[in-house]
Every structure is written in structure tokens, then in C-alpha cells.
Write a protein that binds this ligand. Structure first.
Ligand code: PEP
Length: 251
């Protein structure tokens, strides 16, 4: 059975002390709770080790928001998948639309990042999503299909089951606009169908597909009630426990 996951993406927010504070606060809030989903927080690189040490990692998984597409060597400023794993982090968000748009990450680079993440026992949370013009031109299914095929479909069936997907329509990220529950379900069902065709029903049924894009306390329940929506990747609303907890408890 696939897992339900609520993952926060802090992006480039919170200095180290603030990040540790937020992680501890979330840890405290989750202490007595029986959860129906896994909780993950995606922090800046410099926070990873401290956050891992500040939380009960059986309840909160820690994620990096990126890793290098190279194993090691003369790549000034980069952080490798091995380095991420050495902090105790268990996840890495890859292919976020902000990385694709602002840092020109290509499908080929993302393929390498996924491979290196898996080699280092990190679970990639692999983001895919169309921009508004693509949806308006009715190209959104083609865009998503290409993003998946180009970066993931060389994986073995076994490796593919180690991936979490996050469908994040770019027009819904940080904009306050959310895909409707029907739009999310339609795309998630399409993604699952692609996975069934490539890897078979059993494997496709075991891959979690998260929704991301202005998900909040008010819409999480409806979004998560869809059969193919297995949780959320949460940006803005993961920056405060008061906003993040109701999303976690939407399951
Ligand atoms: C994100 O960046 O992954 C995201 C979903 O952001 P927000 O929730 O702020 O739209």
C-alpha cells in the first residue's frame, strides 16, 4: 500500500536558529499524535543535520530541497546526494519548478540527480508541473508525460517504487490559486496510468503522488480525499506549525 505523505518545503526561508525552532515546535506538536500520514520537512542544506538532531525521525523525515547532478569533485558551491545522506536526511526534493525555471535544471540533469539520490538511499520527491500557458493550450498532459518519461522512465521497476511524485501546477505555486480537487484527481489519475503502462499495476499502485500548489488548511481535506492524491507538498503553509498541523491532520 502506498503511503500518505505531507511534506513541507521551506524554500529559502528561516535562518538556522529559526529553522531549528520551527522543527522543534513541530516535533512537540506531533509528539502525542497518532498520524495517518508521514510528515517530511524540506529544509535548506545548512539546516539538515541540526534539524535531524532536533526531531524524532521516526515521525518526521527530513528532506533536502536539491542535490548535485555530479557525484563529487570540483563543483564549487554544490552539495552532493552523498553529503545530504550523511546528515541523516532521508528525502530530497528534485525538479521543483523554481529550480527548473530559475536554475535551468534540465530533464537530463534531473535524471542524474534521481540516480545519485537513489544510490545514496535518499527518497526523491520528484516534482512535475505545467505552467499556465501550457494548461490554457491544453498541453498539460503532454508536458507532464514528457517530464516523467525524460527523467524517470529509465529507472528499473524496483527503483521506481522508491520515488515519490509531486504534481505541482506551476500556476498554483505560491499564488493562492489551487487546482480544484477534480483537476488534481484528473492529473494524478493520468500520472498513475502512465506508471501502470510502464511498470504495471502493482508498482503504480505503490507510488505516492502528492499534490502541491497553495495547499492549505482550508482545501487539504478535499484535495486529499481524491483516490489518487496521496498527500501534499506544502510551501508557504509549512512555515508555521499553526498552518502546517491542520494539513497533516487533514488525513
Ligand atoms: C511548493 O513550492 O512546493 C509549493 C507547493 O508552494 P505553495 O504551497 O506555497 O504554493
Amino acid at each position: 500500500m502506498r503511503k500518505n505523505i505531507v511534506a513541507g518545503n521551506w524554500k529559502m526561508n528561516k535562518n538556522l536558529q529559526e529553522g531549528i525552532e520551527l522543527a522543534k515546535e513541530l516535533n512537540e506538536a506531533l509528539k502525542e499524535k497518532t498520524l495517518k500520514c508521514e510528515v517530511v520537512i524540506g529544509t535548506p542544506f545548512i539546516h539538515l543535520e541540526s534539524v535531524v538532531k532536533s526531531v524524532d525521525t521516526t515521525k518526521i523525515g527530513v528532506a533536502a530541497q536539491n542535490c548535485a547532478d555530479k557525484k563529487s569533485g570540483a563543483y564549487t558551491g554544490e552539495v552532493s546526494a552523498e553529503m545530504v545522506a550523511s546528515t541523516g536526511a532521508k528525502y530530497v526534493i528534485l525538479g521543483h519548478s523554481e529550480r527548473r525555471a530559475y536554475y535551468h535544471e534540465t530533464a537530463e540533469m534531473l535524471k542524474e540527480k534521481v540516480k545519485l539520490a537513489l544510490e545514496n538511499d535518499l527518497t526523491p520527491i520528484f516534482c512535475i508541473g505545467e505552467v499556465l500557458e501550457e494548461r490554457e493550450a491544453n498541453k498539460h498532459f503532454d508536458v507532464i508525460q514528457s517530464q516523467i518519461e525524460e527523467s524517470l522512465f529509465e529507472l528499473s521497476a524496483e527503483d521506481c517504487t522508491k520515488i515519490v511524485l509531486a504534481y505541482e501546477p506551476v500556476w498554483a505555486i505560491g499564488t493562492g490559486k489551487t487546482a480544484t480537487a477534480a483537476q488534481a484527481q484528473e492529473m494524478h489519475a493520468f500520472i498513475r496510468k502512465l506508471l501502470v503502462e510502464k511498470y504495471g499495476l502493482e508498482i503504480a499502485e505503490n507510488i505516492s503522488i502528492l499534490y502541491g500548489g497553495s495547499c492549505n488548511a482550508g482545501n487539504a481535506k478535499e484535495l486529499f480525499s481524491n483516490p489518487d492524491v496521496d498527500g501534499g507538498l506544502i510551501g508557504g503553509a509549512s512555515l508555521g506549525v499553526d498552518k502546517f498541523m491542520p494539513i497533516i491532520e487533514a488525513f
